[in-house]
Design a binder for this molecule. Structure first.
Ligand SMILES: [Zn+2]
Ligand SMILES: [Zn+2]
Length: 148
């Protein structure tokens, strides 16, 4: 008998928003970290300060501290952050978790290059002259290129 839960983990039941968030971030940070308190604090930080978390270089993300009076530049490739928190082996601080969360929840618009939430992006169909089918466009770009 085939184990359906392995083949289609997302289709087992209707996951709550929180579970979905952990699923997304779980693809970037190791699965073992799913339930760590730091990861959950990172998701909370990302949800509260979503627009302030910005990608400044290919793997470098600028993340505000919880108090908001300083920022940390985290290295998402290696999971490193200069903050005072020293997570144990295999864990990441909340700033790295927050950056991973924003990366997982957003994608780059092929038109303007800005990073937008998945739900604000529209997929280009096969008949567009400017973009490839499957490219993602934000609302403004979708409008100006006849996708919406
Ligand atoms: Zn940190
Ligand atoms: Zn755009």
């Amino acid at each position: 008998m085939i184990d359906q839960s392995l083949a289609h983990p997302a289709h087992q039941s209707t996951p709550s928003e929180a579970t979905e968030d952990l699923e997304h971030v779980g693809s970037i940070v190791p699965r073992a970290l799913k339930l760590s308190a730091r990861l959950q604090r990172g998701i909370t930080l990302a949800q509260e300060r979503f627009e302030e978390i910005t990608r400044i270089a290919p793997w470098a993300w600028s993340v505000p501290s919880c108090g908001g009076d300083r920022r940390y530049v985290v290295d998402l490739k290696h999971g490193l952050c200069p903050c005072p928190d020293h997570p144990p082996e295999g864990e990441r601080c909340k700033h790295v978790s927050a950056a991973a969360y924003k990366k997982a929840k957003t994608a780059v618009c092929h038109g303007c290059g800005f990073r937008k939430r998945h739900r604000e992006l529209y997929e280009v169909g096969g008949d567009n002259l400017t973009f490839f089918a499957g490219d993602l466009l934000c609302k403004d770009c979708a409008r100006s290129h006849g996708v919406l």
